[in-house]
Design a protein around this ligand. Structure first.
Ligand code: 5GP
Ligand code: ZN
Length: 112
């Protein structure tokens, strides 16, 4: 999608600090980290949010969780981390390309 910040990060038009990449997803550090480890995992296919997952795109979500588990082991935080997907403005979603925040490295508080 030409006007999407995260599509521009995937294409390299906007620089990012890459954590991982394969043919299905791209992971990069959040520009405004909320924890010592805070990166985002996004599908290379553009869709806006968790409210738009379809039968066709559902396998992409499973793949992303597999990648997160692999990175957690490789990066040494598999003992404790949080995965967050904000959906819609009421939940605080600011970038409308679905993304999975991965947070670790400190005691994470409760949320509402
Ligand atoms: P949301 O608020 O939509 O759940 O999360 C969007 C996230 O994207 C925020 O945590 C924000 O810090 C991050 N972000 C926004 N713009 C950029 C950018 O240009 N580069 C990177 N690396 N992260 C960004
Ligand atoms: Zn996009």
């Amino acid at each position: 999608m030409s006007d999407c910040l995260f599509c521009k990060i995937i294409s390299g038009e906007i620089p990012s600090n890459k954590v991982y990449e394969d043919e299905i997803c791209y992971a990069f550090y959040d520009i405004s980290p909320m924890a010592p480890t805070h990166f985002l995992v996004i599908p290379k296919v553009h869709f806006a949010s968790a409210a738009e997952v379809t039968e066709e795109t559902a396998p992409v979500i499973g793949h992303i969780y597999m990648v997160i588990a692999k990175l957690a082991k490789e990066m040494g935080f598999a003992d404790g981390f949080r995965v967050v997907t904000n959906c819609g403005e009421i939940a605080g979603q600011t970038v409308h390309h679905i993304h999975f925040h991965v947070l670790s490295g400190k005691q994470l508080g409760s949320f509402n």
